[in-house]
Design a protein around this ligand. Sequence first.
Ligand code: AHR
Length: 497
Amino acid sequence: KKAEIIADKHYLIDEVDPRLYGSFIEQLGRAVYEGIYQPGSPFADEEGFRKDVIDLVREMKVPVVRYPGGNFVSGFRWEDSVGPREERPARAELAWQVIETNAFGLNEFASWAKKADTNVMMAVNLGTRGPEEARNLLEYCNFPGGTYYSDLRKKHGYEKPHDIKLWCLGNEMDGPWQMGHKTAHEYGRTAEETGRLMKMLDPTIETVVCGSSGPTMPTFGAWEDEVLSTCYDQVDYMSLHQYYSNAANDTPDFLAGSVGMDEFISSVVSILDSVKAKKRGKKKINLSFDEWNVWYHSHEADEKLEKWGKAPHQLEDIYNFEDALLVGSLLITLLRHADRVKIACLAQLVNVIAPIMTSDTGAWRQTIFYPFAYTSTYGRGTVLNTLVKGPVYDSKTYGDAPYLDAVLVWKEENEELTLFAVNKDLEEDMEIHCDLRQFAGYTITEHLVLTNDDLKAVNTEAQPDTVAPAKGNTVSLKDGELSGYLTKHSWNMIRMK
Ligand code: AHR
C-alpha cells in the first residue's frame, strides 16, 4: 500500500502546548504507595520518594500531573492529608473500596512534583463537598500568608505557597458511579460558584470544568452544552475522558480508536464554540483531555479484589505491543488538534494503568512508555497541517479508518522537523512519499521504529526490553523527497535537521 504525506511550512495548526504531555496520579492502588512513595525502599530518597520512578518520569518529560483523582477526589477531605502524619486519619475510601491512610498527601505531592520536574494540576472535590472547601484548599495552597489556611500550611512546614495554576472543578460529575454526581444544571451551577470564589481569591489560576466521562455517555453533548452555558464566565477549559479497549480482540478496530478520539475532540469543539456564539462570548474555551489511555487488561482481576485493603494491586494493566501502537496514534491525534487541545493527561503514570511499573526490586518501562516519551521529547514546536492521502479500512466501531496516521512537528528555531507515523496495517508495509523541498538541506538524523512480530508481546521486570524501539533504515530523504516504507504494524519517529 502507498500513502502520500502532504505538508506546507506556512500551513500550520498551532504551537504545541507542552501540557499536552501531562499525566495523572490518583490516590488509587499502588500509584502513590509503592509507586511514587515507598519509605524504607532501597530506591527511596530522604522523603520516601522513589528515585528510580522520578528518573523515569523525568525521561518522559511530563510538564504537569493531575492529582489526587479521579473518582477518589469526589470523597476527598484534603485536610486529612496534611499536617503531622501520626495525626492524619485513615478513611474508608468509597470510590475504590480501600482504606486510605493519608500517609501521603498534598504537600508531599507538591514536593514530589518539584523533584520530578513537573507541575501540579489539582482537582477539587465537588462530589461530597463544594465551593467553600475548594476555596479553603486554594487558600492553603496559593495564599502567601497571614490567613488561617495559609498560616496552617506554614505551620505544616511549607513556608512558600505551592502556587498551583491549574484546577479541575471536580471529576466526571455526570457519572452515576461518582460520589455526589449531579445533573448538568446542578453541576453547572456548582462549578460556576466554585470557579468564581476561587478566582476571587487567586485570579491567576485557570479552571477546567468537567465534560462528559466519555462520548458514549447518554447525556454526552447535552451535558457539555448545559454545563458550559451555565459556567462559561468562570472556566477556561473543558475536560474530555476516553479509555480504549481490545476486549473483543479485534485489533484493526482497536487501532481505529484514534478515529474515535478525533471525532470526540471535534464534537466537543463544536459544542464549546456554539455556546460561545450563543453568549456572544469573547473567550475561546479550549480542551483538557485529562484522562486517556488503554484500559481493560485488569478489569477481570479487579473484580476479584477483596475490599478494604491498603494500596492493593488495582488497575494494573500490563500493556502489550498493540497498545503502544494505539498510544502512538492517539498522541498523533492530540497533536493534530493542538489548536484546541492544550492539556492532556495520560491516565495514569505509575502502576495504575501506567507506562511505569514498580516492584520492591525495581521499576521498568511498559510498552506504552516509548511512544509517549519520544513524542513528549521531540513533539514540541509547531504542528504542520499534515494531510495523509492513503488507503482506509472499514472498522467495526468507527467506520473508515486510515491505515496510516501521521503528523509533522517543526521546531523552526532549531531547524528540526519530526515525523510521527503509525502504520496500522497488520499485513503490509506502507510505502510513503513526502515532498519536503521547503526544508532544503535537511537530512534524517534519526529513525526509530517500534515493532514486534507478536502484537501481544509485553515488557516485564525480568524481560523489560521485549518491546523497545530500534533504529530504522527504510526511509531516506534525498533532494527534498522523503520516501521509503514503514514496516507493517509499526510506530515510527523520523527526525530531520
Ligand atoms: O483513571 C481511572 C478512573 O477512570 C478515574 O478515577 C476516573 O476519573 C475514570 O473513570
